[in-house]
Design a protein around this ligand. Structure first.
Ligand code: F6P
Length: 320
């Protein structure tokens, strides 16, 4: 493999830049030319030239959120003629391998290119941590820490006013961010799509807390489970207690990546470059028990992720 390209796709995630840096520098170290494709799969379809990446092209980015290659959601990439055109462009440029840094939607695009003769490797990067085949995705740890920081701040004001706060977090169709931030942040209740919630139970827990002189309560709601506004309104109606709602939104997608995300991105990005150099493809770089392990890309969107129910139960016990 002489020439490879790298792109970032889908929702951005803190640590994507560290992954791009690792692909570029490890790729060059292995003697390959590395090109950057801007704006994800859309960049494969435009006339914009690919960016020849040198060691210096990725200087000063390991600590920056977002992605220097920019990103896009490219629904048009689901169409076969579009995929063929993109594969053709890569072939014309003499590029035999592509690293796709993104989530499961991005890996579907990568798998399509694979079927058109381009060797592809996926690097899982999404704050949602919803990719089967890896225990962790780049960006998840930073997002959880961002939510924790918000919870800490909200607790201060919640305590002063003796209020209930309902906080909505991202996660698309899963509750990983809500679960991990809820457990680490001591949330009184956690609402996730994987487990049906019961408003009466949430209210009972709030009342028990107040009975033992709790001055504040935080309820974390995953966006895929319910609307925090509706839950907040329902609690206020049922209990007649002052409730405030905060929707954290895209704040969770930005910011300096944590050490954990930079380490994960550096390891995964370098491993992706090496896999292409070894002419291997159709894989995502997963991590299991702290060890990097390539898994077939198809697995990343064929099987569901097991929700860690025991951690959810633990969070509820500890927040009593
Ligand atoms: O997949 C990452 C994510 O931030 C989800 O948590 C969220 O549902 C979605 O992207 C938001 O997407 P957009 O930025 O396109 O509105």
């Amino acid at each position: 493999m002489r020439k490879i390209a790298v792109l970032t796709s889908g929702g951005d995630a803190p640590g994507m830049n560290a992954a791009v840096r690792a692909v570029v520098r490890a790729g060059i170290d292995l003697g390959m030319e590395v090109y950057g494709v801007e704006r994800g799969f859309a960049g494969l379809l435009s006339d914009a030239p690919f960016r020849k990446m040198e060691l210096g092209s990725v200087a000063g980015i390991i600590h920056r959120g977002g992605t220097i290659l920019r990103t896009a959601r490219a629904p048009e990439f689901f169409h076969k003629p579009v995929q063929e055109k993109a594969a053709q462009r890569l072939k014309e440029e003499g590029i035999g391998g592509l690293v796709v840094i993104g989530g499961d939607g991005s890996f579907r695009g990568a798998q399509a290119l694979e079927e058109h003769g381009i060797k592809t490797i996926g690097v899982p990067a999404t704050i949602d941590n919803d990719i089967p085949g890896t225990e962790n995705t780049i960006g998840f740890d930073t997002a959880v820490n961002t939510v924790l920081d918000a919870i800490n701040r909200l607790r201060d004001t919640a305590t002063s006013h003796e209020r209930i706060f309902v906080v909505e977090v991202m996660g698309r169709n899963n509750g990983y961010i809500a679960l991990m931030a809820g457990l680490a942040g001591g949330a009184e209740s956690i609402v996730v799509p994987e487990i049906e919630y019961d408003l009466d139970d949430i209210c009972q827990r709030l009342l028990k807390g107040i009975a033992r002189k709790k001055t504040h309560s935080i309820i974390l709601v995953a966006e895929g489970a319910a609307s925090a506004v509706e839950i907040g309104r329902a609690i206020e109606e049922k209990l007649d207690l002052e409730t405030r709602v905060t929707v954290l939104g895209h704040i969770q997608r930005g910011g300096t990546p944590t050490a954990a995300d930079r380490l994960l991105a550096s390891r995964m990005g370098a491993a992706a470059a090496r896999l292409l150099w070894e002419e291997r493809s159709g894989l995502i770089v997963g991590i299991k028990g702290g060890v990097l392990s390539p898994v077939p890309m198809m697995e990343a969107f064929m099987s569901g992720r097991q929700f860690p129910r025991q951690l959810y139960d633990l969070a509820l016990i500890l927040a009593k």
